[in-house]
Design a protein around this ligand. Structure first.
Ligand code: GTB
Length: 215
């Protein structure tokens, strides 16, 4: 059955791979699943046809026959549970990998989103200068224990899993802030994720859309 995802017709990041379709492309590549991409403009995302697929008018979405999904956590979980390579077979290891997916989305990503909102959407507001150090402290309060837990391991819990895919994807969004470089273990962890052939293919595919001349 054909898998179709949606992505920005033109990502605001110009092909840095920071929009959330990249993590879905990555999961599909890890699972060895071919997929098609329907590109949507910002205007089209808010029109009825796309709202029928994504109630909040966002990307990415996932369609496979009659199955229509939105939310990258749900999409990556769906891909991971149906195909080898992204979740361990052992039930307890599997539950721990899923825990890391939730931790990435619910505990680590929120303050990272806050800093992007503060810098880009509210950069000109009078409160931003006071707010930024508070947000940075909240990010460090996540990165410090995450780095300690990772220690010298390659991945968060044994072999690479969907938990690492999601955590690396979330941490990648920190790169423009410079905060990741203050945590060398996490910077190396992100680099290991980016070095995976499946990530490379996912990144190249989104780059071909967003910066076609760069290839
Ligand atoms: N919780 C949802 C999920 O995980 O799927 C969040 C989906 C989401 O925020 N989608 C964004 C979107 O569609 C694109 S990824 N935004 C349009 C809208 O809400 O109207 C967020 C994003 C956008 C741009 C960059 N960038 O340019 O660096 C990075 C991330």
């Amino acid at each position: 059955m054909t898998i179709t995802i949606t992505a920005f017709e033109r990502s605001p990041d110009g092909g840095k791979g920071l929009a959330r379709d990249t993590r879905v492309r990555w999961a599909l590549e890890e699972a060895g699943l071919p997929y098609e991409v329907r590109l949507v403009s910002f205007a089209a995302m808010k029109e009825a046809a796309h709202l029928a697929v994504h109630p909040f008018g966002q990307i990415p979405t996932y369609e496979e026959g009659d199955l229509v999904l939105f939310e990258t956590g749900a999409i990556v979980y769906h891909i991971a549970q149906g195909h080898a390579g992204l979740l361990p077979q052992d039930p307890e290891a599997r539950a721990r990998a899923i825990t890391w997916m939730f931790a990435a989305l619910n505990t680590v990503e929120p303050p990272i989103l806050e800093i992007q909102t503060a810098r880009f959407a509210e950069g000109d507001k009078p409160w931003t200068a006071d707010r930024l150090p508070l947000i940075e402290a909240r990010i460090r309060a996540r990165l410090d224990p995450l780095s300690a837990r990772l220690g010298d391991a390659d991945w968060l819990d044994g072999a690479f899993s969907a938990g690492d895919l999601m955590m690396v994807s979330v941490l990648l969004r920190l790169r423009p802030s410079g905060l990741l470089d203050a945590h060398p273990r996490l910077a190396a962890y992100v680099a290991r994720g980016e070095a995976r052939p499946a990530y490379q293919r996912a990144f190249a595919a989104q780059l071909a859309v967003n910066a076609p001349s760069a290839g």
